[in-house]
Write a protein that binds this ligand. Structure first.
Ligand code: PA5
Length: 447
């Protein structure tokens, strides 16, 4: 079976292959630091060998809980934010029919997301939508105290109990949280919800292969065994036994760091399949929170092509030359659709008649790559044979491993996110949260 692969041929005019090859000792040192747990953030390395440590019993437990939700709910609301949200959404959207509401006809629960914003209209409209529905909730929060998620869950819990009664609500509310700490744990224990634990040593943005991602993905009807299998393959392929030049995570980490050193401060993750929009979002969080600190870090940006060629294409082609692209390229789409011939040819598209839509897309991809390289944008390609659970598992682990290596190459702790606290402190002070009295006074004086 083929694996995902990385092609860096189109960075050659910007940084040489020899320079990338010369990274080998540094990259190996970073990989050893990860393996030996001797680097910064070493209490958050639970993701490193997570795929191969997932047991059949654990997957069976997740699948049987997912089945309870699938059997009893028309809609399942997945509440979470950041690392407790993006991975599940990325996989579910990548695998779902683009017109998800068609599912209602197939007797499958529709998955919706909440707890990732504080939009009053969003939450109002959600509660309206759920009014006549049998719905369940997966409440995901490692800390158990994140305001966005806790606020949404408070609303959802009440609505679920009001609509279904307390006993039924207990059956369709599941918590994914810390083993002991936090309000989500306290509530789950008191109410008797089924719970899954987020391991202490796995940080939010590295947690998609824990119940944080696996439970919602299973509820959506996708094969979590295959997802984990794909991740396991990459755990080996990106592991220390693989020679440097054949290790895609090592080469990706080295190449992006070398481009960064050469003034390419922004990486744009590109897809040519709209189903990957949330994979872009997941990746942005993974790299943004892991590397953006100590006044350093590549700025992770993302676009959906060809859609965004009609918005951001101009900037990418001719704007400031501080960018490089990493393109996720899917070799084979799931479906076949040919462009029909038309006798009148009023739209002038008969030159495409008989071609598959994907052939047009592939030429857009190739044409874009060549144009952007000509325009001074180095281009890497991550080639994915097909969009399915197995390869999504490979993509996830590949990016996680590369991120750990890349953060250490950059000289930061890739596993903390101290900067995220600043807005929370101000928000709590402004809302007069108990315990923030001093901060409240200080912030009021600044207004
Ligand atoms: O990656 C991270 O650590 C964060 O994005 C968290 O996942 C996010 O802030 C949500 O935190 P929690 O799961 O504690 O609610």
């Amino acid at each position: 079976m083929k694996n995902i692969s990385l092609n860096i041929d189109k960075v050659a005019g910007f940084v040489s292959k020899e320079t990338i090859a010369a990274y080998e000792p540094q990259v190996k040192a970073c990989m050893e630091t990860l393996e030996n747990g001797t680097g910064q953030g070493n209490d958050f390395l639970g993701w490193l060998h997570l795929p191969s440590s997932i047991t059949a019993e654990h997957l069976a437990d997740l699948k049987s809980t997912a089945q309870v939700l699938r059997d009893n709910c028309e809609v399942v609301v997945v509440a979470g934010i950041g690392g407790s949200y993006l991975g599940a959404r990325a996989v579910i959207e990548a695998l779902s029919n683009s017109f998800q509401w068609l599912k209602a006809k197939q007797d499958e629960p529709i998955i919706v997301f909440a707890g990732h914003n504080i939009g009053e209209d969003y939450l109002f409209e959600l509660t309206e939508y759920l009014k006549d529905k049998k719905f369940g909730v997966i409440n995901i929060s490692k800390s158990g105290t994140t305001t966005e998620t806790a606020l949404a869950f408070r609303l959802l819990k009440k609505q679920c109990e009001d609509q279904l009664g307390k006993e039924m609500a207990k059956k369709v509310i599941v918590a994914v949280t810390d083993a002991k700490k936090g309000a989500a744990r306290v509530t789950a224990d008191k109410e008797g919800y089924k719970t899954f634990i987020i391991p202490d040593n796995v940080g939010g943005r590295f947690s998609v292969l824990t119940p944080v991602g696996l439970l919602p993905i299973a509820v959506a009807g996708f094969d979590i065994e295959k997802l984990v299998e794909g991740a396991c393959t990459m755990e080996t392929v990106c592991g220390s036994a693989t020679p440097y030049a054949e290790n895609p995570a090592a080469i990706y980490a080295a190449t992006r760091n070398e481009l960064y050193k050469n003034g390419k401060k922004i990486e744009i993750l590109v897809n040519f399949n709209p189903k990957l929009h949330y994979m872009n979002e997941w990746w942005k969080q993974l790299y943004g929170e892991s590397e953006g600190k100590d006044g350093k870090g590549i700025y992770p940006s993302a676009v959906d092509f060809s859609t965004d060629l009609h918005s951001m294409g101009q900037w990418i082609q001719e704007g400031e030359r501080t960018i490089f692209e990493t393109v996720i390229s899917i070799e084979n789409p799931e479906h076949t659709l040919q462009v029909p011939s038309d006798n009148e040819n009023l739209d002038g598209l008969n030159f495409l008649a008989g071609k598959r839509v994907d052939e047009v897309n592939k030429m857009a991809e190739l044409g874009t790559q060549l144009a952007h390289v000509d325009g001074g944008v180095p281009n890497m390609r991550l080639i994915i044979p097909e969009l399915n659970e197995y390869y999504l598992g490979e993509i996830i682990y590949f990016f996680e491993k590369a991120c750990g290596i890349s953060g250490y190459l950059l000289g930061v702790n890739p596993f903390n996110q101290p900067g995220v606290e600043a807005y929370k402190k101000n928000m709590f002070a402004l809302l007069n949260k108990p315990g923030y009295e001093e901060e409240s006074k200080a912030i009021q004086a600044r207004l």
